[in-house]
Design a protein around this ligand. Structure first.
Ligand code: MG
Length: 383
């Protein structure tokens, strides 16, 4: 039976790769819907190529530039994402939109028992408890697309988390693994060594904030305590993560670094595809190195562990403050070395809530972004 897929964030790096994977499985998958924030030019091309029945443009102003046709209904605004996700005909929802705008869509899809292939880690960082509660209560399916968590899903292979001693997330280390980052320009940061990714995640990889978010993501996805989540630097990006079981066995997943593999895995699971990416030749890789991360040089990582231990609104504030700080850095308004400081002060300044509602989390996110913007305007953190 052909499975119907909707992609939220179809014009981004992961979204485009998801469409590529779907194209090579035409007998298995069909694109029933696509959504993007504002890139209507590319959406137009994707509509021609995949003729999805439904299209959503989140940015309402840009949306009016893309008219509906007899085959494709175009809807505007973030609420339309939830409608798209609630389509009774839909089988799989791919979520690859930056930020937490697709939260309600994720919850709606899980409530209807659909599979969600989740690439957007912000949703788990800010609203992990809500996503996991919905999953438990309604019995949808959540497949991680983030390469490390996808690797962990493969290593765990359905085994109970009580058999696990610890999980080990690998990190490439980013461009400043062995290099001074003071005064780093956006162009320098964006030339990331191993993975091809969007600009926010590339900056987050350079500060190790991305790895911090992944620790939080792993905590929710696998129900494992923070003390059992370890991070190691692995510059070759061949081992995508590992699980150490209580009996002493360590199982790792290895592959060439290419996001099309975790995407295909999440779409095809429990089956496996064929020839999704280039074969791994270990003799060409030669050696695999591992080292401990430097928490002093990369304070964002420790900050993420700390917010995870505090829970409540803290992780959402970290996520939102970082989002704004990265944007300000990319615009040249904030220095690279100040990103962690700005995020830490936003957490300190916020009104902490232990069991916040969804709207309280949204409000905490909004205030955190405002806090960072103000700090930047007052030239508190100038480059
Ligand atoms: Mg990752």
């Amino acid at each position: 039976m052909v499975k119907r897929i909707a992609i939220l964030g179809s014009t981004g790096t992961i979204g485009k790769m998801a469409l590529e994977v779907i194209s090579s499985y035409k007998d298995r998958f069909e694109v029933s819907g696509i959504a993007a924030n504002r890139n209507i030019e590319l959406l137009g091309t994707q509509i021609e190529q995949f003729s999805p029945g439904r299209v959503v443009v989140v940015d309402e102003e840009r949306c009016s530039l893309l008219p509906s046709t007899s085959d494709t209904v175009v809807s505007c605004g973030s609420r339309a994402l939830t409608e798209l996700a609630s389509d009774p005909e839909l089988d799989i929802l791919v979520v690859a939109m930056t930020g937490t705008v697709a939260l309600e869509a994720v919850l709606a899809a899980l409530r209807l028992g659909k599979r969600v292939a989740l690439a957007t880690k912000e949703i788990l960082v800010s609203f992990g408890r809500y996503v996991m509660d919905a999953l438990e209560e309604w019995g949808g399916e959540l497949l991680p697309v983030d390469s490390e968590h996808n690797a962990l899903h493969q290593c765990l292979h359905g085994r109970d988390i009580s058999t696990v001693k610890k999980i080990i997330l690998t990190a490439s280390g980013g461009p400043f693994y062995k290099k001074d980052y003071r005064g780093a320009r956006p162009e320098e940061v964006l030339s990331h060594p191993t993975w091809n990714m969007g600009s926010r995640i590339t900056v987050d990889s350079a500060t190790l904030m991305n790895k911090g978010f992944e620790v939080i993501e792993a905590y929710y996805l696998f129900g494992i305590e923070p003390g059992k989540i370890e991070v190691v630097i692995h510059p070759q990006s061949i081992v995508h993560s590992l699980v150490e079981f209580r009996d002493g066995s360590v199982i790792a997943q290895l592959a060439c670094p290419d996001m099309r593999l975790p995407i295909a895995y999440a779409l095809l699971y429990p089956e496996r595809g064929t020839d999704i990416i280039e074969d791994l030749d270990l003799t060409k890789v030669g050696s695999l190195e591992f080292s401990r991360p430097d928490f002093e040089r990369f304070p964002c990582l420790g900050l993420a562990y700390e917010t995870l231990r505090n829970g409540g609104t803290a992780t959402a504030v970290l996520q939102a403050a970082d989002h704004e700080a990265v944007e300000q850095f990319l615009r040249g308004n904030l220095s690279f070395e100040h990103i962690s400081e700005v995020a830490a002060s936003a957490i300190e300044a916020h009104e902490f809530k232990v069991r916040p509602t969804i709207s309280q989390i949204r409000e905490a996110e909004r205030l955190a972004r405002e806090f960072v913007k103000k700090g930047v305007t007052w030239k508190k953190y100038s480059p």
